[in-house]
Design a protein around this ligand. Structure first.
Ligand SMILES: *Cc1c(COP(=O)(O)O)cnc(C)c1O
Length: 416
């Protein structure tokens, strides 16, 4: 076994990791799906549990030597149940997309119809975008948001009655409002559809009790663990007892092989963190920070999609300012502000050069930033848009970004 420390054995990889650490610390991370995990989560992630094969589930494995792995996985399951009030939990999905796929394969036959949210209205790639293999296997149909930006429940019901889908799916990655799960459930009952919610983006806010929780109402709820939930990169499926066997089988052996127990250990640690009282304070601050950005962007005269935000993110049309989402993203990059270009509802432009930008507050809030910093940041963002063509000016903003982030150290304990 190699005994030489990483820095000495592989300076190329070690150097790139060090630079990545510096990048994360010195910039403003505003991609709404990103966050920063604790050192405890990092420690579990880098533990010897990565060495272990444990196909199967706690107490019922295909391999010997799983007694400690069983403890870890059971802790993750029990804590997730407590966090969301779930009847059954599977913590093995390797990420959000594999969780989606396992659920689709578990609940549907090829050719079955699934009603999901229109992608330009905030839905996710994994909800049947034509570029995915799932779109070849299942028949995806779509509902949209209404003129006010809320999910159009009349349209959803009309689509459900017309197409009689096997599954109704709600969930999003660029939508900024809450969802009336009870109303969706009622429509699903009317047409006999199974209900799935994909809460990948907002799981942490739901766990903290600051947004509606679909878990007590819906048949199946799936999520990532690395977004607002602030755990390791991974996925998770929660469901009613009725679907437990079929979905466990869909994950393994239906779709995946051995679970990544180091990630499951890190999930268990993150769930314990999310059960602490200060996680509620954190999630509340995510929302307050997003509201502050919304207020400032309104003052600056931007076109905010969906009528505002109930969660951690904002989708803003920048074309009235005379630039595209792609041009905006490029200018923000030069200023040390990381966000992404994004389609707006029924966007006349293309996904590679759309009309909007999407940004959010989970990562900045983890650093300890609050309303006063959000006001500063909104001001700098507006300057970036106004001075997008002036590289020297953008460099000046980047310097101010550096001053701000130095006041909110991220991982002072880590070697560099
Ligand atoms: C992020 C996301 C996913 C995919 O998660 P990955 O971990 O990137 O595979 C799925 N669904 C929604 C709604 C998401 O936001």
């Amino acid at each position: 076994m190699n005994k030489i420390p990483l820095q000495n054995f592989d300076p190329e990889v070690a150097g790139a990791i060090r630079h990545e650490l510096a990048r994360q610390e010195s910039g403003l991370e505003m991609i709404p799906s990103e966050n920063f995990v604790s050192l405890a989560v990092l420690e579990a992630l880098g533990s010897v549990t990565t060495n272990k094969y444990s196909e199967g589930y706690p107490g019922n494995r295909y391999y010997g030597g799983c007694e400690y792995i069983d403890i870890i996985e059971q802790l993750a399951i029990d804590r997730a149940k407590q966090l969301f009030g779930a009847e059954h939990v599977n913590v093995q999905p390797l990420s959000g997309a594999p969780a989606n796929i396992a659920v689709y394969l578990g609940l549907m036959e090829p050719g079955d119809t699934i009603l999901g949210m229109d992608l330009s209205h905030g839905g996710h790639l994994t909800h049947g975008h034509p570029v995915t293999y799932m779109a070849k296997i299942f028949n995806f149909i779509r509902y949209k948001t209404d003129a006010e930006g809320k999910i159009d429940l009349d349209h959803l019901r009309q689509m459900a009655l017309e197409h009689r889908p096997k599954v109704i799916l709600v969930g999003y990655s660029a939508y900024s409002r809450d969802i009336d799960y009870a109303a969706v459930k009622q429509i699903a009952e009317e047409v006999g559809a199974i209900t799935i919610a994909d809460i990948a983006h907002i799981a942490g806010i739901i766990a903290a009790g600051h947004m509606n929780n679909p878990v007590p109402l819906f048949d199946v709820v799936l999520t990532t663990t690395h977004k607002t939930l602030r755990g390791p990169r991974g996925g998770m499926i929660m469901c009613r007892e009725k679907f437990a066997k079929i979905l466990d089988k869909a994950v393994f052996p239906g779709f995946q092989g051995g679970p990544h127990e180091n990630v499951i250990a890190a999930k268990a640690v993150a769930f314990k963190e999310a059960l602490q009282p200060d996680f509620k304070t954190y999630a509340k601050q995510i929302l307050l920070n997003a509201k502050t950005l919304e207020r400032k962007f309104r003052e600056y005269g931007y076109r905010i999609m969906f009528g505002g935000t109930d969660n951690h993110l904002l989708l803003v049309d920048v074309t009235p300012q005379g630039l595209t989402g792609k041009e905006a993203q490029l200018a923000f990059d030069k200023a040390g502000i990381t966000l992404n270009k994004n389609m707006i509802p029924d966007d006349p432009r293309s996904p590679m050069n759309p009309s909007g930008i999407r940004f959010g507050t989970p990562a900045l809030t983890t650093r300890g930033m609050k309303e006063p910093e959000m006001e500063l940041i909104a001001g700098m963002m507006n300057e970036v848009v106004e001075h997008r063509a002036d590289d020297a000016y953008l460099l000046g903003v980047k310097e101010r970004v550096g001053e701000l982030t130095r006041r909110f150290p991220l991982y002072p304990e880590l070697a560099r």
